[in-house]
Ligand binder design. Sequence first.
Ligand code: CTP
Ligand code: MG
Length: 236
Amino acid sequence: MIVPAAGRGERLGPGAPKAMRSLGGVPMLVHAVRALASARAVDLVVVAAPEDGVDDVTALLAEHGLVDSAPGRAGALVVAGGDTRQESVARALNSLPADVDVVLVHDAARPLVPVSLVDAVAAAVRGGADAVVPGLPVADTIKSVDAADVVSATLDRGALRAIQTPQGFRRATLAEAHAAADPDAPATDDADLVERLGGKVVVVPGDEEAFKVTRPLDLVLAEAVLARRRAAGVVA
Ligand code: CTP
Ligand code: MG
């Protein structure tokens, strides 16, 4: 399992790097790693941290008991990320042990991902797919525009999916896709790199709670979801 967590979170506004922002009193990254590490399908979590933050992130995860593996929970290790998400994933991929043959990639910015979604994506890869992404139907009407913001087309909403993470891959597929990737045209997700090579990417049902915290309002929603889980006794 790879967790890109080296972004600055510019769209969230001024403050700490996004993965370090608090959600219910705990950094988002801790929520994400805790969920991923407790998935049955996951043996190891490799976090790509901001380059100058590797020691701090390692200490943070250790403080929450997430570095060493425990019964029913995978351990985590931290590597330096890069200037783009693509580069951060590539660096983490290079540090995976040789015996790993299925790799999941999950954004730290999706801290409330349900464990069931992690296991479903892993199961689809183990079931024979080379590349698997969770997707949800799109609620808004999506239009493409030209450089002057004039509408050029209305896309058929029924054929669109909003794609989430975790995305799952045969390791060889993901490694080949990253080896062929263009650093000057970085992809915003890993499946795009597989698509560029003509690979088949399968969509499985996503989960609304795997939403990405991007803008300030997303943090309000995340706090509300977490409060609801806590009230229901789902999380500590
Ligand atoms: N990411 C990363 N390395 C980068 C850029 C992004 O590991 N150089 C990670 C982010 O930490 C996040 C995930 O990729 O977990 C998805 O990226 P995004 O939501 O765009 O996060 P940021 O890049 O941090 O946000 P922004 O684009 O608003 O600055
Ligand atoms: Mg970004």
